[in-house]
Ligand binder design. Structure first.
Ligand code: PEP
Ligand code: MN
Length: 339
């Protein structure tokens, strides 16, 4: 971290600042130039409150050199993290497809969709049991019963399952869930993140609606700092000024985040666009951008879906898309399970 000191600053105030920084256990390299004085801070600067330093009268600006995340940082862990979910590898040069309905609605629906997406090439089944809906009057999910139905679909098809957790109070119900999803709205629910960090189970961390890449990586850090290193990131679109799509898919985040972290990065083109006809082109673009996998909403009867029908593919549309993805994978040095 570099602190730039204002010109002609009071020496006593400078000494006080240096003593304070040293008191935090950091070394300070002082360099006096013609026009400015710089303090170079060496050591673990992750505990330094940059806003507090910036508020000191003699400080002109503060610049972090080191990122504030460590466990998630590729600098300290150059190899890609590869996570084994029921024999399906996530990360590295592997590519995985997660598919299923937005919400679990009935036994017939979840098992029917599970079989269809598996036949098309999906390896992991998604389905919401606890649904974070904007309106309290909208369908809130089948909750515990939804998880039981997902487990039944898992037994029927052999597919591992992923479902969203909304509260630490529900953790017991997630015992047999293979991947726990933290939705966009809970990306900064730090209490929940810490609790999931104490598990030994993969966590699928969606990017918040209006969160920066650094905030997203700091949320991954919350989970990892508690010991759970199996975190999968998911870009699902961010909120912008554009109303034609539900969100704006920030595809540049994919190669950028993969530069910054060793964790796998997925893309959710369904929530990003909100429109089923955009799901296929955005999926292919995500593969091109280097995503480690996709999570796609598929419903057997989108017109009557209890949630997110407008963005759901029919099983046959999903199957068509998978064929295109398989053609693209070798171009980006990835392999799906069929290759
Ligand atoms: C979901 O995947 O069902 C979901 C609610 O996604 P997000 O948290 O990205 O809105
Ligand atoms: Mn949804």
């Amino acid at each position: 971290m570099i602190i730039v000191i204002k010109k002609d600053s009071d020496e006593k105030q400078l000494k006080r600042l240096i003593d304070w920084v040293k008191g935090l256990g950091l070394e300070v390299n002082l360099s006096h130039g013609d026009n400015s004085t710089l303090l170079g801070l060496v050591g673990d600067t992750s505990l330094v409150d940059t806003d507090l330093v910036r508020s000191v009268e003699i400080v002109e600006k503060v610049q972090r050199i080191q990122e504030p995340y460590k466990a998630a940082n590729r600098k300290f862990h150059p190899q890609d993290t590869v996570i084994d979910v029921g024999g399906h590898l996530i990360g590295g040069n592997n590519f995985q497809l997660i598919a299923g309905p937005c919400s679990v609605e009935s036994e017939e629906q979840i098992i029917g969709v599970a079989k269809a997406v598996k036949a098309a090439g999906a390896t992991i089944l998604r389905g919401g049991a606890f649904k974070p809906r904007t309106s309290p009057y909208a369908f809130q999910g089948l909750k515990g019963e939804g998880i039981s139905l997902l487990l039944e679909a898992k037994r029927e098809t052999g597919m591992p399952i992923i479902t969203e957790i909304m509260s630490v109070r529900h953790l017991d119900m997630f015992e047999d869930v293979d991947i726990i999803q933290v939705g966009a709205r809970n990306m900064q629910n730090f209490e929940l993140l810490r609790e999931l960090g104490r598990l030994r189970k993969p966590v699928f961390l969606k990017r918040g609606l209006a969160n920066t890449v650094e905030e997203w990586l700091m949320s991954a850090e919350y989970i990892m700092s508690e010991g759970n290193t199996e975190v999968i990131l998911c870009e699902r679109g961010i909120r912008t000024f554009e109303p034609y799509t539900r969100n704006t898919l920030d595809l540049s985040a994919v190669p950028l985040v993969k530069e910054k972290t060793h964790l796998p990065v997925f893309v959710d083109p369904s929530h990003a666009s909100g429109l089923s006809r955009l799901v296929s082109p955005l999926s292919l673009a995500a593969v091109g951008a280097g995503a480690d996998g996709l999570i796609i909403e598929v419903h057997n009867d989108p017109e009557h879906a209890l949630c997110d029908g407008a963005q759901s593919l029919r099983p046959e549309q999903f199957a068509e898309l998978v064929k295109k993805i398989e053609v693209m994978l070798p171009l980006v040095g990835k392999k799906g399970e069929k290759q």
